[in-house]
Design a protein around this ligand. Structure first.
Ligand SMILES: [Zn+2]
Length: 302
């Protein structure tokens, strides 16, 4: 939908949104939003690039309206069965070099937490992602130095496989282990710390599997992210973390996060049993971070 149409839709559904807001507030059941970005830059725009200005506007709006928390705090609020404040967590996928120019410094400047998911082979070789090569835009990945710098300033680094493979297609346990655990081990070697979180490449239900979830469970991660567009409801296991794509502009983000009634349900069928993730949550540990939980002040549903 175009921005004007979306704005009109948001106005027309404003009353319903206000009712939902009041209900979540009084019951302490705000759903938690986990956003994912890929690349923030003003050159070589593509479907997974957002301009610096758009990113800045989104962060401004989020700071004014939401608690911006790290994934561990998001999990804590989900698992506590109670979330009485509008809450959002920020994540990035893949590991694009351009993010070191604007997006990550902006977050660090404002002391905002984020989790940065990296496919390690591209960093190791300094090579472009296959989907960018195919599109005729061989964009650079982050360097190891950049990741160490991010981590040193409180940005959490997470796993995203070694080669950005589609884990939904992997049926061989040793391949899944190599991609998932090999990527986590590589990050641990670079950063001196075992990553706590993992994001499935592509992130649709068909790109996930019980096999991969079993490998993640055995590997001791605290949680893993999908990317098919859904909220996280307080009281759910909170190990599978559902994410929402942060589209360019501001209007789509505002529409989603001010409780678009159409987007509250998650009817996706998952290729794994969420109950099998329960053992992961028992392994969660407290992680020191030097970035604050940012508290928003003025949430409006329209
Ligand atoms: Zn990815």
């Amino acid at each position: 939908m175009k921005d004007q149409v979306l704005r009109l839709y948001r106005t027309l559904t404003g009353r319903r949104r206000q009712q939902l807001l009041a209900r979540f507030k009084s019951a302490g059941t705000f759903p938690v939003a986990i956003l994912f970005y890929h690349r923030v830059a003003d050159t070589h725009a593509n479907d997974w690039t957002m301009s610096c200005r758009d990113f800045e506007r989104q962060i401004e709006w989020l700071r004014a309206n939401f608690d911006i928390v790290d994934l561990a705090e998001a999990q804590r609020r989900i698992q506590a069965k109670r979330c009485d404040r509008p809450t959002v967590a920020l994540t990035f996928d893949d590991g694009y070099r351009d993010n070191a120019d604007f997006a990550i410094p902006l977050l660090i400047q404002h002391r905002l937490p984020a989790t940065y998911f990296v496919s390690t082979e591209f960093v190791r070789h300094g090579s472009a992602f296959p989907h960018d090569v195919q599109a005729g835009q061989p964009l650079s990945p982050n360097t190891i130095d950049q990741l160490q710098c991010f981590a040193g300033q409180g940005i959490e680094i997470g796993g995203h496989t070694r080669t950005h493979c589609d884990l939904g297609q992997v049926q061989d346990t040793s391949v899944a282990e190599d991609e998932i655990l090999g990527g986590l081990q590589q990050l641990e070697d670079w950063l001196g710390e075992r990553p706590r979180y993992f994001a499935f490449p592509f992130g649709m239900p068909c790109n996930m599997s019980q096999l991969a979830v079993n490998v993640l469970t055995a590997g001791g991660v605290s949680g893993f992210c999908s990317a098919y567009g859904a909220w996280n409801w307080p009281g759910s296991p909170g190990v599978h973390l559902r994410r929402i794509h942060a589209d360019p502009g501001l209007e789509r983000l505002k529409n989603w996060l001010t409780l678009d009634p159409r987007k509250l349900r998650d009817d996706h069928e998952l290729p794994f049993a969420e109950s099998t993730t329960a053992s992961i949550s028992n392994q969660m540990s407290v992680h020191p971070t030097n970035l604050d939980v940012h508290q928003g002040t003025e949430f409006h549903a329209s």
